[in-house]
Design a protein around this ligand. Structure first.
Ligand SMILES: Cc1cc2nc3c(=O)[nH]c(=O)nc-3n(C[C@H](O)[C@H](O)[C@H](O)COP(=O)(O)O)c2cc1C
Length: 185
């Protein structure tokens, strides 16, 4: 199985990134191939709605998003992780999500094979899990355009400083079990 991760936190040691990397580490232990992207380290321009991807075979904006397109096309499983910023996904991740428009043809049919599994990880400071759930739902709806199937999520609450998740064995364990068991937790 090929697993692709996309980290939406701009922080080194970001909590959502640590949970993502923990999940990918387990996938590797189980013999799967993994590849991860950190949105902040890439040049991904927000979608400019030029519709070039509908007139031609692919997105015409020439930047690092094409590396993500290629990895998503090959992947069996996608794991996206994001901090909650003002009750939404980070702008870093949102730019990537909007650019997946380039993977839809002029009839809005996916240019990549359907049936890939989608996992979502969110990290937030406040305790209300409903805030993370909104973002999980939004990302699941967005990636449903590409025929992806929700397979599990982690809504991590009570996390502020980078690295705080290392003191949360419950969340680290949920990350270890995410791809194998697909829990919603
Ligand atoms: C710009 C900004 C906006 C934030 N908005 C929220 C918010 O709406 N709700 C919340 O619970 N935490 C909010 N936080 C806190 C982060 O979600 C929290 O620190 C989280 O652990 C960050 O994830 P990361 O460690 O993966 O970067 C915000 C932090 C920043 C920097």
């Amino acid at each position: 199985m090929r697993v692709v991760g996309i980290a939406g936190s701009p922080r080194r040691e970001g909590n959502s990134t640590t949970l993502l990397e923990t999940a990918l580490e387990v996938a590797r232990e189980q013999g799967h191939t993994t590849k991860s992207f950190v949105a902040r380290r890439m040049k991904v321009q927000p979608c400019i709605a030029c519709e070039g991807c509908k007139r031609g075979p692919k997105c015409v904006v020439d930047d690092d998003m094409h590396d993500i397109y290629a990895a998503m096309a090959r992947a069996d499983t996608l794991v996206v992780a994001t901090p909650i910023y003002y009750y939404a996904a980070s702008g870093w991740l949102k730019a990537v999500v909007d650019r997946t428009y380039g993977l839809l043809d002029r009839e809005s049919r996916p240019r990549i094979a359907p049936g890939k599994k989608l996992y979502v990880i969110t990290a937030q400071e406040e305790s209300d899990r409903a805030d993370g759930a909104v973002v999980v739902r939004q990302l699941e709806r967005a990636f449903a355009w590409l025929g992806m199937e929700p397979a599990g999520s982690i809504i991590a609450t009570g996390l502020d400083e980078a690295g705080a998740v290392l003191e949360r064995p419950d969340l680290l364990q949920a990350a270890r079990e995410l791809i194998t068991n697909g829990p919603s937790g």
